[in-house]
Write a protein that binds this ligand. Structure first.
Ligand code: HEC
Length: 186
């Protein structure tokens, strides 16, 4: 009896990454994105309404990293990354860079960015990314015709900014989520 119990527990102890478990991790990751995204959007919208786009840049600089931390509920870590960065702290690692390149390829091949995602197990961690398209409200701060006063504020906060000049519908970046797998099986 004891042996049977031990054997039954084995597959969960040694992480065999069965497809079903990965699918449920994907669902869990995807579910964490909308509240994170909504809070970012709401924060920017409110800042624009209250003080205009220059203040909104400051608000975004101040609050975006905190919002990511708030939404990183153990064991998940959520964030954003991109190939062309505004905040150097959002630098992609090797896997993220590869996925972002793949997203560009997939878009070129005709796939819509909406719901474009990728997942993998990398060094004992489950990783998940979801593409972020450049939408109309993003152009004020990431587009090709950024108002001079907004551009100046961006330059001041991010002297090495590369995240301007985007067109509507272009890949702006991605949500990126990770969690260790060791804790997936308590
Ligand atoms: C008011 C100006 C403003 C608007 C509007 C804005 N952003 Fe940003 N964005 C910023 C700033 C400032 C940062 C850097 C903050 C951070 O993530 O630490 C940033 C960072 C990002 C990042 C993280 C990667 C990086 O470059 O550091 C992504 C992805 C992003 N923005 C996408 C968008 C999208 C998509 C929209 C439209 C829905 C949008 N932004 C609208 C100012 C803005």
């Amino acid at each position: 009896m004891r042996l049977i119990l031990v054997l039954a527990a084995l597959p969960t102890l040694a992480w065999a990454a069965p497809a079903a478990d990965l699918a449920s991790l994907e669902r869990e990751a995807a579910g964490l994105i909308p509240p994170f995204q909504q809070q970012l959007m709401q924060t920017v919208k409110q800042a624009v309404a209250e003080g205009g786009p220059v203040q909104a840049v400051q608000a975004c600089q101040l609050l975006a990293p905190t919002i990511a931390v708030e939404h990183s509920q153990h064991p998940w870590k959520v964030g954003r990354t991109a190939l062309r960065l505004r905040n150097p702290d959002n630098q992609p690692d090797a896997w993220e860079r590869q996925v972002l390149e793949d997203f560009l390829q997939r878009q070129r091949a005709g796939e819509a960015l909406t719901q474009m995602s990728a997942s993998a197990v990398v060094d004992g961690e489950f990783r998940y990314m979801q593409a972020i398209a450049t939408g109309e409200p993003c152009l004020a701060c990431h587009g090709q015709a950024i108002k001079p006063e907004v551009a100046a504020q961006i330059k001041q906060g991010y002297p090495a900014d590369q995240a301007s000049g985007f067109r509507l519908g272009e890949l702006r970046g991605a949500f990126t989520l990770r969690r260790t797998l060791a804790e997936a099986t308590p």
